[in-house]
Design a protein around this ligand. Structure first.
Ligand code: FE2
Length: 204
């Protein structure tokens, strides 16, 4: 008998939350107002920036009033995700949360999230033909990787999907080619207690 052990698996968590109704119409009103108030200069800056042509708002977006239900759900989901891969009960800290609105032609070139332990992205507005996200195998070009040969994994999100993946994993969003915008909320999540009140925002 052969025993197979995945020594260092890289996991992508996928869950559809459409039926949870985490974000009300108040959220759409609030977030559209925030995104529409981004100055033309800022839009231009993001349009020609390092890797983004999206309209984005940072400022820990998860703390706006219409996201309170979403925020508590995310906290519990992340705790469970960590429990599923063998971690004990722990505190959850969201370092930063932001929203990206992709217009026709927007894209996000390849990047990772540095020392972030887990990245979560929730797809709020996604219609047929919206841009997909690709994750790249960190073992690419490494020889002797027979079980892990896939170079890239591409996922086309559906409305209500929540993805979670480790922050070191390189990923990109292909060019958005349809007129309907694509709205995604992303969070950098850490495990444990963070007391740097100027920087860390605890969900609980
Ligand atoms: Fe990212």
């Amino acid at each position: 008998m052969t025993t197979l052990v995945n020594l260092f698996p890289i996991q992508l968590h996928i869950k559809n939350l459409k039926d949870e109704n985490l974000l009300s119409t108040d959220f759409d009103i609030e977030i559209n107002k925030i995104l529409n108030e981004i100055s033309e200069d800022r839009k231009l800056e993001t349009a020609t920036g390092e890797y983004s042509t999206t309209i984005r708002s940072y400022d820990d977006i998860i703390n706006i009033p219409s996201m309170s239900k979403f925020k508590s759900y995310m906290r519990n989901h992340m705790k469970q995700a960590w429990a599923d891969i063998g971690y004990e009960e722990c505190g959850i800290a969201i370092e930063r949360s932001w929203i990206n609105r992709f217009q026709k032609g927007s894209r996000l070139a390849g990047h990772a999230h540095g020392s972030t332990e887990m990245v979560m992205t929730y797809y709020h507005n996604v219609t047929e033909g919206a841009a997909s996200i690709s994750f790249f195998n960190p073992f690419d070009r490494q020889t002797g990787m027979a079980p892990f040969k896939n170079k890239v994994f591409t996922y086309t999100p559906k409305a209500g999907d929540l993805l979670a993946w480790p922050g070191f994993l390189w990923h990109e969003v292909t060019t958005h080619q349809i007129d309907q915008s694509r709205v995604a909320i992303s969070m950098n999540v850490h495990q444990g207690s963070y007391t740097l009140t100027d920087r860390w925002v605890r969900v609980d």
